[in-house]
Design a protein around this ligand. Structure first.
Ligand code: FES
Length: 226
């Protein structure tokens, strides 16, 4: 069982490439891969090619925020994030081994869920992916006004408030979020006015007027579509 979130699929692609090349016996492999939607679905084409090449491979795709053109049953098999509940009980009974790769929250949630379902901890192998932080120079005295248009709120941000997501949570304003590492894009929202800086390098497909609130800090007063 391979369970991956976002670019956490990278090491599994290497493994599947090896299986595809090996002429010998190949184990039964089930891959669950979670992405935001088809536009941020890493290795989408290669995964489907590998599925065609490896007879013993089954692939389940999960989208947490499908695009309007993403069709359930065609572009993805499941709506939402991967959870331990997605694992076929028959595989647990057969003592499958579980390999997880993704952000820390995902690893711990799935590990707890699998153990609850009877999987021995020593059958679970997890690797966390890290994102290199980018240096953002923000003076200690920095201050900005942040407007959340949908929540109809205007609040003052200071450096110690951290990211826009942390600020919103402090203020009781609910914003979407997922990995909190700048990878899953679940927290992407539109910046209607003003400038922000990100603590990590943003995904290439992030639109110019969007920010990842889990990584963004205001550089000027900002107005958010949130
Ligand atoms: S919560 Fe995943 S990128 Fe922000």
């Amino acid at each position: 069982m391979l369970l991956a979130s976002g670019i956490g699929i990278t090491p599994f692609i290497g493994y599947l490439e090896t299986l595809a090349r090996s002429g010998g016996s190949v184990p039964e492999v089930v891959l669950h891969h979670g992405s935001r939607n088809s536009t941020s679905h890493a290795f989408r084409n290669r995964t489907s090619e590998l599925r065609d090449l490896i007879r013993q491979l089954r692939v389940h795709t999960h989208y947490s925020r499908p695009e309007p053109h993403d069709v359930l049953g065609r572009d993805h098999h499941h709506f939402g994030r991967i959870s331990a509940a997605d694992v076929d009980a028959r595989l647990i009974e057969r003592r499958a081994r579980f390999y997880l790769c993704g952000p820390e929250d995902m690893l711990s949630d799935i590990t707890i869920g699998l153990v609850d379902r009877g999987v021995p901890r020593f059958d679970i192998f997890a690797e966390k992916f890290h994102v290199a932080p980018q240096r953002v120079d923000v003076p200690d005295s920095a201050q900005a006004t942040v407007r959340f248009t949908r929540a109809n709120r205007q609040v003052t941000w200071r450096k110690e408030d951290g990211t826009l997501l942390q600020l919103a949570e402090r203020e009781g304003i609910r914003l979407p979020s997922g990995c909190r590492l700048g990878q899953c894009e679940s927290c992407a929202i539109t910046v209607l006015d003003g400038q922000v800086a990100h603590l990590v390098t943003c995904p290439e497909d992030l639109a110019d007027d969007q920010c990842l609130t889990c990584q963004a800090m205001p550089m000027t007063d900002v107005t958010l579509d949130a």
